[in-house]
Each structure stands twice: as C-alpha cells, then as structure tokens.
Ligand binder design. Structure first.
Ligand SMILES: Cc1cc2nc3c(=O)[nH]c(=O)nc-3n(C[C@H](O)[C@H](O)[C@H](O)COP(=O)(O)OP(=O)(O)OC[C@H]3O[C@@H](n4cnc5c(N)ncnc54)[C@H](O)[C@@H]3O)c2cc1C
Length: 252
C-alpha cells in the first residue's frame, strides 16, 4: 500500500546540534503541531514504502513554540533513529499532527518538592516544563536529576544553567554519572542513591510521602527500580482516580 502522506505533517529540519557521536538534537519547523509541556510527538520517515514513526518528547517550551526541538539517541539496532541521525538542515521529517502523553504537570498532585528523575534523552520533557511558569508557582523546591553513563552525555548544560539563574533558590540540578568518576556528579544509579540517602544528602531535602512529588522518565530499569525504592518509603503510584506521588513515563 502506498504511504498516505495526508496523515502526517511535513516538518523541515532547521538545525541540528550534536552532543556526542550518538546524541543529537533536531530543531524541526512544524508550527501546526501543538503540545502541552511533557508530551511527546511522533517523528517519522518513509522507510521501504512504509512510514516508520516513533514517539519523541518535545524539549522546547510553549514559550518558544517553533521550531520544535527533539533530543535523540541513535539506537543502532533500530530502524528510525539511525536515519534521524543523518538528517541535516533543510531535510524533511514527518510528524504526527497531534501530541500525546500524560507526563505533564497538570497530572501531578500538589506537593512541597518536585523531584524530576531522568535518564539519557528523557531530560527532554523536564527541559520543556521547567521553562514554563507553572512548576515555580506550585512547588517550593524543584530538584532535577539527570543520570547518564558518561559525563559528556550530560547535555543541555546551557538550558539547565539558565533555569538555575532564573530560580537560584528554588532549583537544584543533580547529575549522576555511572561509568566514570567526575568532580561534581553522583557516581552510580538513582535508585541506589535514594536507598542509601546520598540523593537526599546532596539536595538537603527529605524525599518522603508527605512532601514529595516524583516524576520518573526514561530507562525502564531506572523507572522500575526507583518506583520500588519509593514505594518502600510509602510513596504511591499516581493514578487519576487514586492520586499518588510517583508519575512515570518509560521510553522503551
Ligand atoms: C513516550 C516516549 C517518549 C520517547 N521520547 C524519546 C526522546 O525524547 N528521545 C529519544 O531518543 N527516544 C525517545 N523515545 C524512544 C524512541 O521512541 C525510539 O524508541 C528510539 O529512538 C529508537 O527508535 P528506533 O526506531 O531506532 O528503534 P526501536 O525499534 O524503537 O527500538 C529498538 C530497541 O532499542 C531500545 N531503545 C529504544 N529507545 C531507546 C533509548 N532511548 N535508549 C536506549 N535504548 C533504546 C529498545 O530496547 C528497543 O527495543 C521515546 C519513547 C516513548 C515511548
């Protein structure tokens, strides 16, 4: 069957930024695609007479509605991401017309401290909603944790430092690196550093059911293991019918 292009919005890559050999960001002009911060769009390319699309979180904030930005890791075994990795300014990439997903602040109940716990490219949704006014009026403290294997994978330092400059007393950025020693990052994995108290010690804040709202995004092992550690502390999964303190999105 021929591809039905009418189901897709034709986007144009306006810029790319390479962070490492495998990590890159694409800026894509497609102003008709609207989103709520924290949501994902669908990027797609025609491959062997089929449109192959995958979800990608919006990194830009609605304050900068165009171009859209997506932060992508090349997964060598996958059909789409290696092709996205070859796109240059001027190339076409297709987008689903509507954004999706519930990893949004509107889904998160009130709390004192928002803990954003992310791995790899899942820093994207946080970059989007931390650049809106909403979280700063709702939470006394916001701790953003970004975990990678290597220090050079701690991307978006310019945006993160901009958020810190805008909210110096409310915001903390705590990077994790698992595979090398660094001057600043916590070494290891997020669930272990919650279990043994290193994350709370670094933040100078308690992570408990009475004060915390946790948003977990990225690697499914991180999401599963961290959820177990948080549940052992009395936090509960956040469901629409049964509000809790753990809101999650897994990337695969
Ligand atoms: C809600 C949602 C949001 C997402 N947002 C992003 C995003 O902002 N940036 C991004 O890079 N990816 C994101 N992903 C993953 C993305 O949709 C693709 O799966 C990924 O880019 C690989 O696509 P592919 O076609 O090359 O391989 P696929 O056929 O999709 O995947 C092949 C295999 O690679 C592994 N894999 C998939 N994604 C990753 C990953 N990110 N890191 C390590 N291993 C992976 C899995 O084991 C998977 O079975 C998101 C996924 C979901 C469900």
């Amino acid at each position: 069957m021929p591809i039905d292009y009418s189901k897709w919005v034709k986007g144009r890559v306006v810029a790319r930024r390479d962070w490492t050999d495998d990590l890159f960001s694409l800026q894509v002009d497609a102003p008709e695609v609207k989103f709520t911060p924290g949501q994902f769009g669908r990027l797609a390319l025609p491959i062997d007479d089929q449109m192959v699309g995958r979800p990608y979180s919006f990194v830009n904030s609605p304050a900068e509605p165009t171009p859209h930005e997506f932060y992508v890791v090349r997964v060598d075994v996958g059909p789409l991401s290696p092709r996205l990795a070859r796109l240059e300014a001027g190339d076409t990439v297709y987008l689903a017309p509507r954004a999706n997903g519930f990893f949004c602040l509107g889904e998160v109940p009130p709390g004192e401290t928002l803990w954003g716990l992310s791995t790899g490219t899942a820093l994207g949704p946080f970059m989007s909603f931390l650049r809106t006014p909403e979280p700063w009026s709702r939470f006394k403290n916001i701790v953003f944790v970004h975990a990678c294997r290597l220090e050079r994978e701690l991307s978006y330092q310019d945006v993160i430092q901009g958020i810190k400059a805008a909210h110096p007393d409310q915001f903390q950025y705590i990077p994790f690196v698992s595979r090398e020693d660094t001057a600043y990052a916590i070494k290891g994995r997020i669930p272990d550093a919650i279990s043994d108290g290193r994350l709370e010690a670094r933040a100078g804040l308690r992570l408990d059911a009475a004060t915390a709202q946790c948003m977990l995004c990225g690697n499914p092992d991180m999401v599963t293991d961290t959820t177990l550690v948080l549940e052992a502390r009395g936090l509960k999964k956040n469901k629409r019918k049964e509000p809790g303190q753990i809101t999650v999105e897994t990337y695969w």
